[in-house]
Design a protein around this ligand. Structure first.
Ligand code: NAP
Length: 283
């Protein structure tokens, strides 16, 4: 029997409807949630990402501000814009699109964002809150993966989860979120000698590597929940994940497709973070 598909697009639409409703309530009270996005330089992929974020705000009742600057912007000038948006009461979420030009230190910029507005959840402050089990803003992609797992109805507590990848933006926060939900968590990475030995024991596998066919059918326990974060291109130039979808779907219980799985959830959870930041400010 084949795995059931986890419909990220559908779940994303459902969550966005809820965001729009809550945004309407805040706006009616004169507190429309606002997101500011700063883009420095002319990286074409970044331009697409920020356009999608701003458009998602408009479609769901959030106010947004997009500031674009040439790659020649100095670090001091960028920090001055971050400070101004930190102080702007109409802005509840602030993100600086990565990557930044080489002369700007991304850590210094992220650290300058008011932690209450750190809707990317990339700051040391937000990471510390997550690690300490304190409430705070969670990085959007792993936050979305948790929603996808929950949508299957699978109880996470007591399950063995294997996360492949340990980046600060996906793998590590993913592992911490699963741990917080009482899973037993194994984190694998490029120096893990026998990846399959770990994944075969997993009830939940999250693949966040950036290399296609990292997870194949022989590496998956029958019935497992498989979340594919990867975004790669196959030989035909088509978007694909880290998971051999056609093979793994024969074995797994649930699986996210690429596209249509994790991807749509990322901007949605950014909206959720902005809304939650606004609700917190509104008390
Ligand atoms: P990253 O920073 O490059 O991290 C990749 C991780 O994979 C690293 O921890 C690396 O281990 C590990 N790895 C590499 N080769 C491995 C192997 N053979 N076996 C096991 N682990 C291995 O990437 P990222 O930013 O986390 O992103 C991962 C993927 O998710 C990318 O394809 C990215 O495009 C995608 N992504 C998608 C979304 C979305 O919205 N859908 C959002 C973010 C990212 P080491 O630490 O040892 O190097």
């Amino acid at each position: 029997m084949g795995a059931q598909l986890i419909d990220g697009k559908g779940l994303s639409q459902t969550i966005r409807r809820g965001v729009a409703e809550r945004a309407r309530a805040l706006s009616a009270a004169g507190r429309q949630p606002g997101l500011a996005v700063i883009l420095v330089g002319d990286d074409p992929a970044s331009a697409v990402y920020v356009r999608n974020k701003v458009q998602a705000c408009a479609e769901n009742g959030l106010h947004s501000v997009l500031e674009t600057y040439p790659a020649s912007l100095s670090q001091a000038e960028l920090l001055a814009r971050v400070a101004a948006l930190n102080a702007d009461p109409r802005i509840h979420g602030l993100l600086v699109q990565m990557p930044l030009p080489r002369h700007i230190d991304p850590q210094a910029v992220i650290a300058a964002i008011d932690p209450r507005k750190d809707v990317d959840g990339f700051s040391v402050h937000s990471a510390g809150q997550l690690m300490s089990g304190l409430p705070g803003l969670r990085p959007a992609t792993p936050y979305g993966c948790m929603k996808l797992i929950e949508s299957t109805g699978t109880a996470i507590a007591g399950k063995h989860a294997v996360v492949i990848g340990r980046s600060n933006t996906v793998g590590k926060p993913m592992a911490l979120l699963l741990l917080q939900a009482n899973a037993t968590v194994t984190v694998c990475h490029s120096a893990t000698p026998d990846l399959a030995a770990h994944t075969r024991q997993a009830d939940i596998v999250v693949a966040a590597v950036g290399r296609r066919n990292t997870l194949t059918a022989d590496m998956v326990k029958p019935g497992a929940v498989v979340i594919d974060v990867g975004m790669n291109r196959n030989d035909l130039g088509k978007l694909c994940g880290d998971v051999d979808f056609d093979g793994v779907r024969q074995v797994a219980g649930w699986i996210t497709p690429v596209p249509g799985g994790v991807g749509p959830m990322t901007i949605t959870m950014l909206l959720v973070n902005t809304l939650e930041a606004a609700e917190r400010t509104a008390g």
